[in-house]
Design a protein around this ligand. Sequence first.
Ligand code: INI
Length: 156
Amino acid sequence: MAEFLGDFTTPAGRFAIVAGRFNALVGEALVSGCRDALARHGVAASSVDLAWVPGSFEIPLVAQTMAASGRYQAVICLGCVIRGETPHFDMVAGQAAAGVMRASLETGVPVIFGILTTDTVDQALNRAGLKAGNKGADAAMAAIEMVNLLAALARG
Ligand code: INI
């Protein structure tokens, strides 16, 4: 019986981050946490590219474009959709999630969902480094784990 597990050793290659500028304070904190986690796991800053998009709704197109380019081991999507601020929360959050999943399945590249969906700004800030971890850092870890898992699966 084979058992496959992605570890957290430093993977070779480049990473992409796609981040939403909507709720910029939260977005910047997520990007910072993500970059910090990648760096502390040995990924050089020069190996990480960052694309800013207007909001979470635009993340999937850019994520899929970057994933399909063949230049990246993984694409990390970061954003924040706050229910209190929009009557179309469900549409923006739902389409962002569905698009991120589709980008991953259509390209075969790990496209990581680091988009916060919260009821309030406070909840978002807390999950972007204030007092409940940093979802950007979590997304970086998921990216590294998935890259290493796919490599392990390819080795057989
Ligand atoms: N985009 C977000 O990333 N978060 C939000 O909370 C949000 N709200 O509140 O509406 C939001 N809207 C913008 C959306 O993502 C698109 O950029 C916009 O609709 C243009 O397509």
